[in-house]
Design a protein around this ligand. Structure first.
Ligand code: NDP
Ligand code: 2IT
Length: 448
């Protein structure tokens, strides 16, 4: 695919020129701009009044040194980032990723996606993302704590409950949020909802931990039902075994699916009897171990090194929940050849453009990340509401709101695709529906 509208193509050309060496960021912007072709034909003012030029440029990028001392007494230096991308419809909102692959381009791609995802939730949250090239893997609790404290000592200057509200992402879960919240509170001497994904004893929301995975399945279920299908009796393959993957597996199972494979960055396990999720939780959440340990207790299961092989397993529904570009064209073709009926993205941008094209041109139901994984940030926004009210809802109340919002996102993305002549194309529909709310707000603000 390429951009035909000359002005939009020029925006893309400038993005590439001004942000060299950031392929993931280019990929995310190109997909959105391609989707906007029919929108700017109907509404040329978005180009004429500079809304799209402003939208692709982050409002602010903060980049900082994160020094900390390891258990051997050596000084380590990592790099921290926060991209405050767009605040047109609310305070910047988005996760923090701690992974050695993090650099500015990754945070910009994630921050850009977050603008549209957050808009789709219908809640008042702008787009942002942050993180560090710190690798929590193999680090002691003390090392993780010292890193998080150093990271927050600097980040705390730029965030706040009404300004910018970070949360978790890859490598950032309850433990890291706890250490960061503790340091923020000490420095600022205030108890506010400045982070989400907090522990339940200090302002966290029930169902936030489950939200992204549950939300993914609620979205997928809505998409399947719209086509007279359901999870019931379907074979499901899920990549990753982190926060998103675990709760996607739980909900997919509750909805009648059979999850037969899960993975981590080293390899995948296949269990024809259905994955024993209690064991996966024990390995990943309690022991912080590796997925291969699963076969120690489940002798019928098979472990295979390497992560892309998981897409060669025959399944009806595939839920990529690990990382960006984990499904390439070759993997997509294998899934199609094996008869996959639906692919729904739990991770951010897990399918390459060629993989998406393969799914769409073979009539596979395809749910794009910024719509289907919006359940996490939705529930983060619900956590912010509860913090503002100094009140908390029950698990059932939060879960019901989450479910309602995910079904709405499906309906809105689906309706936008139809309205702009691309019925069934949820990639275009999600990009357009997410864009319009932000762009109309920016138009109202003028040039700021
Ligand atoms: P976790 O850190 O809890 O888990 C990440 C999982 O993905 C692990 O199994 C990890 O394996 C695997 N993984 C990470 N990087 C790679 C890689 N480069 N190659 C192969 N596997 C990899 O993160 P989350 O579950 O929170 O996040 C997973 C995805 O979901 C990310 O794309 C994230 O941006 C997205 N997301 C997360 C949300 C949330 O609320 N947490 C909300 C919306 C989207 P290993 O342990 O070996 O590293
Ligand atoms: O990618 C995402 O939407 C997240 N990592 C969750 C963001 C949030 O603020 O809860």
């Amino acid at each position: 695919m390429s951009i035909k509208n000359e002005k939009l193509a020029k925006v893309m050309e400038d993005v590439i020129k001004r942000n060299p060496g950031e392929p993931e960021f280019h990929q995310a912007v190109a997909e959105v701009l391609e989707s906007l072709e029919p929108v700017v034909e109907k509404r040329p003012e978005f180009l004429e009044k500079g809304v799209i030029d402003m939208l692709v440029e982050p409002e602010r990028i903060i980049k900082f040194r994160v020094p900390w001392v390891d258990d051997q007494g050596n000084v380590q230096v990592n790099r921290g980032f926060r991209v405050q991308y767009n605040s047109a419809i609310g305070p910047y909102k988005g996760g923090l990723r701690f992974h050695p692959s993090v650099y500015e381009g990754i945070i910009k791609f994630l921050g850009f996606e977050q603008i549209f995802k957050n808009s789709l939730t219908g809640l008042p949250i702008g787009g942002g993302k942050g993180g560090s090239d710190f690798d929590p893997k193999g680090k002691s609790d003390g090392e993780v704590m010292r890193f998080c404290q150093s990271f927050m000592m600097e980040l705390s200057k730029y965030i706040g409950a009404d300004t910018d509200v970070p949360a978790g992402d890859i490598g950032v879960g309850a433990r890291e949020i706890g250490y960061m919240y503790g340091m923020y509170k000490k420095q600022r001497d205030e108890f506010t909802g400045v982070l989400t994904g907090k522990g339940l004893t200090y302002g966290g929301s029930l169902a936030r931990k489950e939200a992204t995975g549950f939300g993914l399945c609620y979205f997928t279920d809505a998409m399947l039902k719209d086509h007279g299908l359901s999870f019931d009796g379907k074979t499901v393959v899920i990549s990753g075994s982190g926060n998103v993957a675990i709760y996607a597996a739980q909900k997919a199972t509750e909805l009648g699916g059979k999850v037969v494979a899960m993975s981590d960055s080293n390899g995948y396990v296949y269990d024809a009897n259905g994955i024993d999720l209690a064991e996966v939780k024990q390995i990943k959440e309690v022991r912080r171990g590796r997925i291969k340990e699963y076969v120690d207790t489940h002798k019928d299961a098979v472990y295979t090194e390497g992560c892309s092989g998981i897409w060669g397993i025959k399944c009806d529904i595939a839920l990529p929940c690990a990382t960006q570009n984990e499904i390439n064209e070759e993997s997509a073709k294998k899934l199609v050849a094996n008869g996959v009926i639906a692919v729904a993205e739990g991770a951010n941008m897990p399918s390459t453009p060629e993989a998406i094209h393969t799914f769409q041109s073979n009539q596979v139901l395809f749910a794009p990340a910024k719509a289907s994984n919006a359940g996490g940030v939705t529930t983060s926004a619900l956590e912010m509401s509860q913090n503002s009210m100094r009140y908390s809802w029950t698990f059932e109340e939060v879960d019901a709101k989450l479910q309602g919002i995910m079904v709405n996102i499906y309906k809105n993305a689906s309706a936008a695709a139809k309205e702009y002549g691309m019925e069934g194309n949820l990639v275009a529909g999600a990009n357009i529906a997410g864009f319009l709310k932000v762009a109309n707000s920016m138009l109202a603000f003028g040039v700021v």
